[in-house]
Design a protein around this ligand. Structure first.
Ligand code: 3HC
Length: 712
């Protein structure tokens, strides 16, 4: 405790400083220390008031998430949270004004500690939030009961169901923060606390009553929130649980509401949903740790960038740099292509502005960071070039050879290729240690995943630089090996194979898309292809055919290529897997033509089409992903199973509450997954071959993560 909390008297005020780097998480020792030091301050004649503050860059970012792993049963959770609730009540009962001084973040349990203080002051850049829902739980230290008493149920519902933090100014307007402190926070907080002591102010949040009007408005807001969650929280339990707990607080007194909160929290914390989300929280942070790249590997600062190719991907990549404040040259071969690219970029920013997420001034400032060019002038000054020309090996090789001549020898040369061999570009450049894959996902300015593809000779410095850069660009960088399709597209090929085959066997495009969106994906495979463009995949298949490769083992459906030949590229042409009202429209209707094509292809393959259950669709598709994921892992193209889960969650929107394809396989149980692979092999053919790692794990009684093959 001595190390994690400090106690000082400053100007007649007891200052309790929590010093548990990096984020002052509430470990059991911190909870206990806080309890003890508040009691000490109450008894200390030298203190007329008490300030709680965080050391370092933040107040308290929440309960220590690792502790949740120790809560094996509902009863474990109930016992622990009863203690926490009692502790916060003791703090709240302090007989001297207790002030939380907030800078950085007051999140989750951190905000709940602040709510149990009598007053809250904050710096103007502080952020406060109840992000528990993002971990599949609800605020469990009284937040669902105290927060609505401070700011009303409506805002509390939003904060507890979307998990997004709000700015100090908004929190002040809403009544959560009592004063914004300009200048030194501690000095301001002490001054504030002394003033409260002079007035004898002690305001206990739990004793603040809900007015009758507030209760009825709050109950209406609960119903409205449940309704809107039907769209935003498909398949999730925690957001609804947060509404239930807040509603209980409106209907009952504080103590009864708090008991209900503890029960609901206990149900959530042992749920698979929460385990999956906690897994992703840590997996996401783990990806930045590459075993042979130590933390102190030198990195270079990326101050200027260039992107070659002003198409959809190149434009999106340039936007990512500009959004991060990095000036970027955008090069294309001719002026017309450049102007088209720039117009699309501007249009995208205008959409952002129309949503109120950007001002006209910010738009112009960001656009000014993108300099169009048809020459290599200025390339000697950039620290990185991202190549985003057509997916054509010869063109890319020629581009890399040229780039090596027009850039400094220490410039990073990155390729946005989604499938091609990075080592071939590395050789073409003549400086392979500087070459790396930076595979962005479409739309590149939006999607958070960046696959960092490590070539045979890519230097450690370039990998470390790429990881740091990813963070600066607001992306999650995952280092993957240079196999065909890398991790994301290699696995996607198996996902798509099953989607195509299920269609030929008897499922419909609408059924498959519906089942997968109900499972939690933002869009099903067919809807996704219509957005991405059927032509994109078809061109890649043409190239692969020319080099004698296919994307995934097993039968290849002819339907996507037939659609391509018909000019049905998806939304942009007004028809693809669905029919659209007009080119560019998103309003779609099923097209009987697809059923007809599926019948024809099924006949050609000698298949009798049959009704296919929703369960079979999920089982086939997720089993294909897990089996191929096991191969990727065993072959060393991903460092950890968690890296694959992060790739899938951020690259393709695999539902976070299912933890990613590998975690999901553990929740199904690997023996079941393996049994399915074997069943499919017997039913469909040898292309369903169990991955050796999957067989080994089952034989050893383990999962991808768990030591036991019991479903997680
Ligand atoms: N518990 C345990 N570890 C935590 C943590 C927490 N609440 N919050 C962050 N960490 C760890 C991270 O795992 C990471 O560890 P590593 O360096 O070993 O990888 C380290 O702290 C730094 O975190 P980030 O890399 O995320 O740092 P950033 O500066 O990018 O972000 C942050 C800081 C915004 C605070 C972010 O870490 C965050 O969002 N943390 C989680 C906040 C949260 O969810 N709080 C609620 C917890 S649940 C709760 O409080 C329940 C309560 O109601 C009872």
């Amino acid at each position: 405790m001595a190390d994690l909390l400090r106690y000082d008297i400053r100007d007649g005020v007891a200052v309790i400083t929590i010093d548990n780097p990096p984020v002052n998480a509430l470990s059991p020792t911190v909870w206990e220390g806080l309890d003890r030091l508040v009691a000490r301050a109450v008894a200390d004649p030298a203190a007329e008031a008490i300030v709680v503050i965080g050391a370092g860059t933040t107040f308290i970012a929440g309960a220590d998430i690792k502790v949740f792993e120790t809560l094996k049963t509902r009863e474990d959770s109930l016992a622990r949270s009863a203690n926490t609730h009692a502790l916060l009540k003791r703090i709240e009962d302090a007989t001297k004004p207790l002030v939380a001084a907030i800078h950085g973040n007051a999140l989750g349990g951190g905000l709940e500690v602040a709510q149990a203080c009598h007053f809250r002051v904050a710096t103007k850049d502080a952020k406060i939030g109840q992000p528990e829902v993002l971990l599949g739980i609800i605020p469990g230290a009284g937040g669902t009961q105290r927060l609505p008493r401070l700011c009303g149920a409506e805002l509390a519902l939003t904060m507890c169901t979307d998990g997004k933090p709000i700015a100090a100014a908004k929190a002040m307007n809403a009544g959560i923060i009592d004063q914004i402190i300009d200048g030194d926070l501690l000095t301001g907080a002490i001054k504030y606390a002394k003033a409260r002591a002079r007035n004898g102010d002690l305001r206990k949040t739990r004793e603040m009553p809900h007015g009758v009007d507030q209760i009825s408005a709050g109950l209406n807001a609960c119903s409205a929130t449940r309704e809107s969650l039907k769209k935003t929280a498909k398949g999730m339990r925690a957001p609804y649980a947060a509404v239930d707990a807040i509603e209980a607080g409106l209907r009952m007194d504080f103590d009864a509401g708090a008991i209900r909160e503890r029960e609901i929290f206990a149900d959530c914390v042992v749920s698979t949903e929460s385990k999956a989300l906690r897994h992703l929280f840590f997996a996401e942070r783990e990806v930045a740790k590459v075993p042979d790249i130590p933390k102190d590997t030198p990195t270079r600062d990326i101050k200027r960038a260039a992107v070659v190719g002003a198409g959809t991907m190149g434009g999106g990549i340039a936007m990512s740099y500009a959004n991060a404040g990095i000036p970027v040259l955008l090069k294309d071969v001719d002026d017309a292509a450049l102007q088209r690219g720039l117009a699309t970029i501007r249009k995208n920013y205008e959409v952002t502005m129309s949503k109120g997420k950007m001002t006209a001034e910010q738009l112009e400032k960001t656009m000014a960071l993108i300099t169009p060019t048809t020459s290599y002038d200025g390339f000697m000054d950039v620290d990185i070039v991202v190549e985003a020309v057509f997916e054509n090996m010869d063109l890319k090789k020629a581009t890399f050879a040229e780039l090596a001549k027009v850039t400094r020898p220490d410039c990073v040369l990155a390729s946005n290729s989604s499938t091609l061999d990075i080592d071939a570009f590395a050789q073409a450049s003549g400086r392979p240690s500087q070459v790396v894959g930076h595979h962005f996902f479409s739309p590149a300015n939006v999607m958070k995943l960046l696959e960092i593809v490590r070539g045979r000779e890519t230097s450690k410095e370039v990998i470390a630089t790429s990881l740091k850069l990813a963070k600066k660009l607001g992306k999650v960088g995952v280092v993957v090996g240079n196999c065909f399709g890398f991790v994301a597209n290699r696995m996607l090929a198996y996902y798509m194979r099953e989607a195509y085959l299920l269609l030929e066997e008897g499922a419909s495009v609408e059924q498959i898309d519906r089942v997968l969106t109900t499972f939690g994906l933002p869009v099903g495979p067919y809807g996704m292809q219509d957005i991405a463009g059927i032509d994109v995949g078809a061109r890649i298949r043409q190239y692969l055919k020319s080099i004698g490769k296919t994307r995934a083992e097993g039968p290849q459906s002819a339907i996507p290529d037939r659609l391509f030949e018909m000019g049905r590229y998806g939304q942009k042409t007004g028809a693809g897997w669905y029919k659209y009202d007009a080119p560019g429209s998103r309003n779609r209707t099923p097209d009987p033509l697809i059923e007809q094509m599926a019948d024809e292809e099924a006949k050609k393959r000698g298949i009798t089409r049959r009704p296919i259950s929703d369960e079979e669709i999920i089982a086939r598709i997720t089993t294909a992903l897990a089996n191929e994921g096991a191969r990727v892992l065993e072959e060393g193209y991903a460092t950890r199973a968690g890296d694959i889960d992060v790739v899938y969650a951020y690259g393709f929107g695999f539902p976070r509450h299912r933890g990613g394809p590998m975690f999901y396989a553990d929740t199904v149980g690997l023996p079941t997954v393996l049994a399915r692979v074997k069943e499919y092999r017997a039913r469909f053919g040898d292309y369903w071959e169990p991955a050796p790692l999957l067989e080994r794990l089952v034989a050893e009684g383990r999962g991808f993560y768990s030591e036991a093959t019991q479903p997680v």
